[in-house]
Design a binder for this molecule. Structure first.
Ligand SMILES: N[C@@H](CCC(=O)N[C@@H](CS)C(=O)NCC(=O)O)C(=O)O
Length: 235
């Protein structure tokens, strides 16, 4: 049996994790029934790719939620898409990439760049930092995140453009889910874990944004999020 230690951000906002990447990695392990231990790590510079989450598996340190999944998959430890046919696997792959490579940055924009939300994000996400030094520390992190968003490209769009990109992604998720209980139809698969990691991170934090309003327009996504949170993360 593999000995898995997951290094991830501290939990926040009543979510399994305020980072969708941490939340989905833990979700993969839970859904696959793999035992693991969590170590809180809030400094991405400690990870092998300077990102959180990362893991130690039998002494070997590894970064990136998807590469970790692939490693476990190649060792016959995880196969969450096993029930799906080839075409559905391809569609799900595209949807997961949409979430990780684009929706993520819309969400990051809503937390770190949108001036309407900043006070709320600073005081709820970093509430543990004493009030006197909170602005100094959080302003530094905010500057770094804004630089990352500009480098990635999302930060070059105006506010309306960013949320319009996000709305298209949410609409695609809502349309694909339709009346099914899960993206996998009758069973939970990898995309269910990815989708709940983003949707819960948009719906649950006390951050108002057009992105949250778009999700609320899809009752199927709202009830899916509640169901998936219970089903995947209950233990
Ligand atoms: N592709 C990576 C992305 C991980 C990632 O972007 N993590 C963010 C937190 S949600 C991070 O560590 N950001 C810190 C930074 O970029 O300095 C994965 O799937 O694990």
């Amino acid at each position: 049996m593999f000995n898995i230690t997951v290094y991830q951000f501290s939990r926040a906002w009543g979510l399994p994790n305020p980072s969708p990447f941490c939340m989905k990695l833990e979700g993969y392990l839970k859904l696959g029934g793999l035992p693991y231990r969590i170590v809180e790590q809030n400094d991405p510079r400690k990870g092998p790719k300077q990102k959180i989450p990362y893991v130690k598996i039998n002494g070997q340190v590894m970064g990136d939620s998807e590469q970790i999944y692939e490693y476990l998959h190649s060792h016959q430890m995880l196969d969450l898409d096993q029930p799906l046919d080839q075409v559905t696997r391809a569609v799900h792959h595209a949807m997961r990439s949409m979430c990780d490579e684009s929706l993520y940055f819309v969400m990051v924009y809503s937390r770190w760049m949108d001036d309407d939300n900043w006070d709320q994000v600073r005081d709820t996400m970093f509430g543990a930092i004493p009030k006197l030094i909170r602005p100094v520390i959080t302003t530094q992190i905010r500057k770094k995140m804004q630089g990352d968003l500009i480098g990635q490209g999302m930060g070059r769009h105006n506010r309306a453009e960013v949320y319009s990109i996000g709305a298209k992604h949410i609409d695609a998720l809502g349309t694909l889910l339709g009346d099914q209980p899960w993206f996998g139809g009758g069973q939970l698969v990898k995309l269910d874990v990815v989708a709940v990691s983003y949707l819960a991170n948009i719906l649950q934090p006390p951050i108002a944004s057009p992105l949250k309003e778009t999700v609320k327009k899809w009752p199927n996504l709202v009830s899916f999020t509640e169901r998936a949170l219970t089903e995947i993360y209950r233990a």
